[in-house]
Design a protein around this ligand. Sequence first.
Ligand code: PXL
Length: 256
Amino acid sequence: MTDMKRALVVMDLSSVGRCALSVAVPVLSCMGVQACALPTMLLSAHTGGFGQVAKLDTSAFMRDAMAHWKAQQLTFDAIYIGYLGNAGQIELCAQLMDQSPDAFVLLDPVMADHGKLYAGIEQSRPQALRQLIQRADLIVPNQTEAQLLADGESPEALLALGTKAALVTGAGDRNLYLDQAGASFEVPFERVPQGYPGTGDLFASVLLGALMCGQPIKEATTLATDFVQRATQFSYDGALPVREGVRFEPLLHLLH
Ligand code: PXL
């Protein structure tokens, strides 16, 4: 039996609030993918709603981990990049791609939502991320991130940045896919009246899990869209505090 596929998941570990690694690792595990976590930051909670959080930048650890994997010739089937602790980690991500040249690269350019950059993300981030976008197989910006990256132009402008494909989440009430081969489709969804932190992480994690299990992009997008819709509805119906994120744990079995 060949070993299960493994994904390197490069994003923060936030203790409270259900985002980033706290979402990606359980989702990928549940879907039968080995999730190898590389934390870019340690935080006591995500940055949207818990005041002044405790933070540790783990860039030095990232470098040591990468050197270890290089020495051991460890590579990954996919590299999933999300929230980065600082712009310097962009270069580390480029080196990770060099170390696993055959990896499928999923880049979530996490930096903004609802029309503005997240607290602590520098203005130059959209420009700086272009270095990774040109090497990505798939990027999954939300509407705000797509506009920042494409300078307000239409989603097609994202492809000009060199990524093989782009999936813009929450473009109106639909998720919109387009790729260099000229394919495109939309998956509509119904928004609950409340936005939750971590929904982008949940979406991208389910999407990657499905792709790594061999599902075609349209099926994978539909699965991820439906799962996020269901989880947000579940959280909304339960009147859960928004800053706690989406309560996906009781629904994980649906991905198994
Ligand atoms: O879900 C995106 C995200 C990831 N990581 C951290 C965040 C956010 C969004 O606010 O604060 C630390």
